[in-house]
Design a protein around this ligand. Structure first.
Ligand SMILES: Nc1ncnc2c1ncn2[C@@H]1O[C@H](COP(=O)(O)OP(=O)(O)OP(=O)(O)O)[C@@H](O)[C@H]1O
Ligand SMILES: [Mg+2]
Length: 273
């Protein structure tokens, strides 16, 4: 069971004088229960890729298949857009979160709403009756994400879910995504690579609409040239370890989390002494 993009190409305004080719022959697989993160410089085609995977745009060439079906069935793929909080519209948080699952005809909407709010770290009892317009930015983002989680789709596409949040808001959103990831196929687009690389299954680096790298996060961390080629800055933690290597510290692998990096640096230093 997987969401699969095969040789996906796309141009905005195809067939006109202002045609803008954005994606070229992109291949991608997201299995259920797998989290894949997509990184790339601004304009590299990340949001376009998500819209194609959600069936909101038609590919110019290639196809998106979900669980072997050529057409996207309703309720299979949920998408959280960039700055989703700007789309909150209902009078209460509960009504907003209930909109998607109610449209899909989910039988236990109240339970789905409460579960989704709790999953993003918002106490359903305290937040359900609030107006979405009285929420802080971080709370509103989480409500918007809850609205998509409540649809319980087997695949979830998230566009910059942590952008612009403080560390508390980021942690809450990351925890919600991780909790969902056990039984959902997730594709996350992000500029905050360091938040995701330690725990996601795979990473894809897009550069000008092409896949420059696909593989394990640890493998990408070993390739500073690839980051540069994709127009991306190496995460500081990864950069620090490469600099230590250049200065002669023996580091067989590059760690992606702070604890691992500290251990590797300490071990490498002890060995080199
Ligand atoms: N509706 C549109 N019509 C024409 N061109 C578009 C449209 N939407 C996006 N583009 C162009 O397509 C390219 C890819 O845009 P996209 O939004 O997919 O990039 P992105 O990787 O998500 O960037 P960011 O990190 O800034 O969100 C850009 O050059 C953009 O200007
Ligand atoms: Mg984008």
């Amino acid at each position: 069971m997987a969401l699969i993009a095969r040789s996906l190409s796309f141009a905005y305004d195809e067939g006109t004088s202002v045609a803008t080719p954005v994606l070229a022959a992109v291949n991608l697989t997201v299995e259920r229960g797998e989290t894949v993160v997509c990184v790339g410089a601004t304009g590299s085609g990340k949001s376009t890729l998500l819209r194609l995977c959600a069936g909101l745009l038609e590919p110019t060439a290639g196809e998106v298949a979900v669980d072997d079906a050529p057409a996207l069935a309703r309720g299979t793929v949920g998408i959280v857009f960039q700055n989703p909080e700007s789309q909150l519209f209902a009078e209460t948080v509960a009504a907003d979160v209930a909109f998607g699952p109610r449209n899909l005809g989910i039988p236990d909407v109240e339970v789905a709403v409460a579960d989704a709010l709790n999953a993003v770290g918002l106490d359903a009892a305290a937040f359900s009756d609030r107006s979405p317009f009285t929420l802080s930015g971080g709370e509103a983002r989480r409500v918007a994400i809850a609205g998509v989680l409540a649809m319980r789709t087997p695949y979830l596409l998230l566009d910059e879910p942590t952008a612009g949040l403080d560390s508390h808001g980021r942690r809450a959103v990351l925890e919600a995504i991780r909790r969902t990831s056990a039984h959902t196929g997730i594709l996350v687009v992000t500029h905050d690579a360091e938040e995701f690389l330690p725990w996601v299954d795979r990473v894809i680096a897009l550069h000008e609409g092409r896949v420059l790298f696909e593989g394990a996060p640890a493998a990408l961390a070993e390739e500073p040239a690839l980051w540069a080629g994709a127009g991306l800055a190496l995460p500081q933690l990864v950069l620090a370890q490469h600099l230590a290597r250049q200065r002669g510290v023996h580091m067989p692998t590059i760690a992606l989390d702070v604890e691992g990096a500290a251990r590797a640096l300490a071990a490498g230093k002890a060995e080199g002494q």
